[in-house]
Every structure is written in structure tokens, then in C-alpha cells.
Design a binder for this molecule. Structure first.
Ligand code: ADP
Ligand code: MG
Ligand code: MG
Length: 252
């Protein structure tokens, strides 16, 4: 069974400490949401987990099924089953979406076990249909000229094809209209399984109406300061973050 554990994680950017000791434990089948005001380090957490070179981890540990994630290179993390949908997906000219997806799937497989072209195309077409994506997006350069919503949908397409065991979604809901939000949510829900855990980072409660989290964590100033169930997200939506600050005596 999937078991993901973050302990005392500290990370800095250009010498400035952003993550000040994050603890979080996730098991397969669970959906965790992280909410928090802008600039509290949510995206930094996602990037540090994926091994982005700009973020230097200075303390703590991250394990996936007992294996040391921080010791792995970026591609090894992906191979081990970590997946990150970034808040701002990059555009890559010269690499088509379809080529990118096929190599991402194969990167998760042993040599000699690569997906056949026919099988890949069949799966790609089926998933794109589920996400109500225009088939032409398969042949476009990765994210180039995609609208905000198209990029987000494309991240979900990647997730569906790669079948990771830990999925980190950083503001997958931002910039989506309600129809696109529902499609993205149904993509996530279709991927729920006992051996897959989700970490959904979001600024708003909206997505959580469609993807029901088991746990909600509030992040402030580089720490998880409060955890609870879905009712916590509803209260944050209604009342904002000030009451959490007051309750915990956090200064701005
Ligand atoms: P959130 O996702 O919660 O809005 P971020 O993780 O993006 O927050 O940012 C946390 C803090 O780190 C902010 O103060 C931000 O300005 C700073 N930061 C993030 N990325 C960089 C970077 N590449 N260079 C310098 N500072 C950064
Ligand atoms: Mg932000
Ligand atoms: Mg962010």
C-alpha cells in the first residue's frame, strides 16, 4: 500500500527559508487538501517534493513506501510514482504533447516493457475524450499557446496516462470556468484508488465541492498550522484565514 511521509521538511530559495518544518503523512486512497493564503509556501512545497533545482532542502525527510525521495533525482522521483501538476505549467517548443506523454509513460516502465504505439494512441484518445479535449492537442507543442484552462486539463491528462501513486496538484482549479472545473474534478475522481494518494493544493474551497478531501490542512508562513476534515475548508471559504491567525496567535 502507498505510504508517503514528509517529516520536518525545511527548504529555502536563494538563501531565504520558506518551508519551516512541514509534517504530513498520506496513505493510498486518501485525498489531502492544503489551503493557505498567497505566499505561504504551498508551491514551494510542491516544487521541493519534485526536486526543482531552485529550492534547496535544508532539513527533514520525505519517503515514499520507505524510500528516500530527497535522495532521488527528478526523473527517479517520477519513476518512483510521484507526479506534480504545476501551478504554471511550462511551454516546451519542439516537443509535441503526444511525444511527451509517451516518453513520460515509458519512463515509469522497465526497459523492454514500453507501451506500444497502437496501445498508447488508443489510451490517449480515450482519455482526451473523457476530458473533452480537442484531439488536435495531441499534436500541438507541449502547452504552447494553450489557454490557462487547456494547460490544467492537459496536466490531468498526463496524470491519467502516467498513473502515479502520489499526485500533487498545485492550484489545478485556478483559471477554470465551472464546466472545466467539473471536468478536471471528474478526471481526479476517476483516478481515485486505494493505492493512490492525492495532495491537492488550492487557494479556494471551490474544487473541494467536487473532489471531497479526507483531510484539510492550513498552511501559513511555511508551516502546516491546522488540520481537520472537509468542514475546515468550508469555514475558510466562509470566514477567510483571520480566525486561524487569531486562534494560533500568528502575526502578519
Ligand atoms: P504560495 O504557493 O503559497 O502562494 P510560494 O511557494 O509560491 O507561495 O511562495 C512562497 C514565498 O517564496 C513567497 O514569499 C515567494 O515570493 C517566495 N518565492 C517563491 N518562489 C521564488 C523564487 N523562485 N525566487 C524567490 N522567491 C520565491
Ligand atoms: Mg500563490
Ligand atoms: Mg502557489
Amino acid at each position: 500500500a502507498t505510504h508517503f511521509k514528509i517529516e520536518g521538511l525545511k527548504a529555502e530559495i536563494e538563501g531565504k527559508e520558506i518551508l519551516k518544518g512541514i509534517n504530513l503523512e498520506m496513505k493510498g486512497g486518501e485525498i489531502h487538501a492544503i489551503m493557505g493564503p498567497n505566499g505561504t509556501g504551498k508551491s514551494t512545497l510542491a516544487s521541493a517534493l519534485m526536486g526543482h533545482p531552485k529550492y534547496e532542502v535544508t532539513d527533514g525527510s520525505v519517503t515514499l513506501n520507505g524510500e528516500d525521495v530527497l535522495d532521488m533525482a527528478v526523473d527517479e522521483r517520477a519513476r518512483a510514482g510521484l507526479f506534480l501538476a504545476m501551478q504554471y505549467p511550462s511551454e516546451i517548443t519542439g516537443v509535441t504533447n503526444s511525444d511527451f506523454l509517451r516518453s513520460a509513460i515509458n519512463a515509469r516502465r522497465e526497459e523492454g516493457q514500453e507501451i506500444s504505439l497502437i496501445r498508447f494512441i488508443r489510451q490517449l484518445e480515450a482519455k482526451m475524450k473523457e476530458l473533452d479535449m480537442n484531439p488536435e492537442f495531441a499534436h500541438r507543442y507541449l502547452n504552447e499557446g494553450f489557454s490557462g484552462g487547456e494547460k490544467k486539463r492537459n496536466e490531468i491528462l498526463q496524470m491519467m496516462l502516467i498513473e502515479p501513486s502520489i499526485v500533487v496538484l498545485d492550484e489545478i482549479d485556478s483559471g477554470l470556468d465551472i464546466d472545466a472545473l467539473k471536468i478536471v474534478a471528474s478526471g481526479v475522481n476517476a483516478m481515485r484508488s486505494d493505492d493512490r494518494g492525492f495532495l491537492i493544493i488550492t487557494h479556494y474551497q471551490r474544487l473541494l465541492n467536487y473532489v471531497k478531501p479526507d483531510f484539510v490542512h492550513v498552511m501559513m508562513q511555511g508551516r502546516i498550522v491546522k488540520s481537520g476534515g472537509p468542514e475546515l475548508a468550508e469555514r475558510l471559504e466562509a470566514e477567510g484565514y483571520d480566525w486561524v491567525k487569531e486562534e494560533l496567535g500568528i502575526e502578519d
